[in-house]
Design a protein around this ligand. Sequence first.
Ligand SMILES: [Zn+2]
Length: 492
Amino acid sequence: MDSNTIVAHQLAALFGLSLYPRSVAQAGPATYALARVQNAPPSSARCLLIVAPDHRTVSGFRGEAGQVEVEGRPFVLMRCPLTGENAAMLRSVFPWLCPHPLGLRKSVGCGDRLGLATPGHIRAVRESGCMAPVLAQQSMREMARANRTPIQVMDDALWGVFQEGWREGFGADADHLKTPEDVDVCAAAGFTLFTFDPGAHVDGNPDKDTGAKYAALPWDALETTPDEAVRRYAGAGFNLDAPAARLALVKYGRAVAHVARLYRHLKAAMGSRPFEVEVSVDETDTPTTHGEHYVIAGELRRLGVEWVSLAPRFVGRFEKGVDYIGDLAAFEADFAGHVAVARRWGPYKLSIHSGSDKFSIYGAIARLAGDLVHVKTAGTSYLEALRTVAACDVALFKDIYALARERYATDRASYHVSADMSRAPAAETLADEKACVAVLEQFDARQALHVCFGSILAAYGDAIRSVLVANETLHKDNLARHIGRHIAPFCR
Ligand SMILES: [Zn+2]
């Protein structure tokens, strides 16, 4: 420990604070650290501590400042709440707290609905050492349901990165953006990865009135003609003849035009700031065929869209919070075809959405895609928070679970799930901690807890946060183990 760090620890102890050891960072003559405040409510359980030789050094930060002396040397000690203003100041002091594009690095997306998961995510990434983290990953739907703004999501990630002293870089994913307005708020909040979801513009029934629909595609926006478009893809391989090419264009033509529009909008909004893009069509009713993937990528290319990752809808079922449902051999064959398309138009990464808990297919994905893969996890980190609650507060967990059972029929809308509440254990039967933890592994109960997070956080968010703050180490251990299991198959 250098002398500044020692002073910081001494001063923290004097004020009843304990420093997160990895957070201590030096900039010029000042020392910055994240501190844990004893016996504070969850919202102020952590604070930013700055030790500086004078007031001038810390101008711009807001908090309580005082003069102290250590072994005859005067210091300014500043204790700052974790506000957006202080987050912005800290970003300007330490550039490694800013997200940046990860390019084609193998990566794992870690969503954090409670804003307290980043330290656990970083530990998993640090211990595995083979995947770059995308931390602030949140869809507009998740932000709305968790009642958080894009800036709050970014700031929560920043404090976690600072706490862990993670200087190896991270991305920030504004997930499932559907409109130019979505793009604007997330560009303003500082995100660096923008995932476009043109799902609303995909024709789920292209076999019906194909000819009329084909003629009515937005050919101006697509900057081509009906004849040219078919000629471009008929006979290109991947089972594409003229009828198949036409069908693929009917299914995805409007989606392609929409992505091009979002892309140009984003480019203008970002100006000179670096960014990267993912294209996701994973939330469609039918799987994306290899030919369709080929046409989508070819058209986006032609329209000048650049992307680092693409998420097709693979065969089988990618339900929330449970393992892959479907034939493993069929998945492998399907995935191999998508890898071939991505090699043809790329290189770009294949992105696995609803990627948590798909343990039976990670091996095949890693083998076939090599390093060109991005795995998105989100809701299961929140399930690890609930695992922590189950172990620490049985009564609270039972209330949460009872609410999930009650809300499931309503809250499941817009999610791929198949849970049936008649198979999920009744809340009253959960006798102890062991039974609560076990229910998290029961298929139907797990999906209900997963998709009802909005209702659960609205009712019990504060209570859950209190448990997590009081049991920080267990929460972090649970998260690191969980995310570690997702990363390990890709690090062999
Ligand atoms: Zn998705």
